[in-house]
Design a protein around this ligand. Structure first.
Ligand SMILES: [Zn+2]
Length: 173
């Protein structure tokens, strides 16, 4: 057992539905609703900022697949895809986790907030601050090289070799 409940799930065989090199999809041990899923990095990282861009984007792709599984397998009528980034945002475990919560009309799960009305000055102050910060958005980390599909490549090489041999044989009078 580690100090992190999410790492414990990563290391055990329980609750896990899918895993690849970097990410895991698992059932939430204390779900907001039956079928509540979690997508998280295998490596212990606290917040999203510590997750490399290519893994972060894969997290969202897996969350989308997990969400589709909830529509299909749990007859969900909707899903919330939610990341609590920091304790102030309601994060209870120190491990970056994307939650996929199946929803139904009238299920009374509370993820809503009361919209605030900012006055014009407040809004333009916020806009100014964030416009400056937003200048760096779009400077993504370089993608790592795509994994080479060894089996397919091997089959292709074999195929090429066979073709080559056949051509050679055909040339033999
Ligand atoms: Zn952890």
């Amino acid at each position: 057992m580690s100090d992190c409940g999410i790492c414990d799930i990563a290391e055990s065989d329980k609750l896990k539905l899918f895993e690849d090199e970097n990410l895991i999809i698992a059932l939430a041990p204390r779900p907001a609703a039956p079928g509540h899923l979690m997508v998280f990095p295998k490596k212990h990282v606290t917040i999203l900022e510590q997750v490399p861009d290519y893994i972060a984007s894969w997290m969202l792709q897996l969350a989308n697949k997990a969400s589709m599984a909830l529509f299909e397998g749990m007859n969900a009528e909707g899903t919330n895809i939610l990341l609590q980034n920091g304790t102030a945002a309601g994060q209870s475990k120190p491990h970056c986790t994307l939650h996929i919560i199946p929803r139904r009309q009238g299920d009374a799960i509370n993820t809503n907030w009361q919209p605030k009305q900012l006055d014009e000055e407040e809004m333009s102050t916020v806009e100014l601050k964030l416009k400056e910060e937003a200048k760096n958005i779009g400077a993504f980390e370089e993608e790592p090289q795509k994994p080479i599909e060894l089996e397919d490549k091997a089959a292709k090489i074999r195929g090429d070799e066979e073709n080559y041999l056949i051509k050679q044989i055909e040339r033999i009078p």
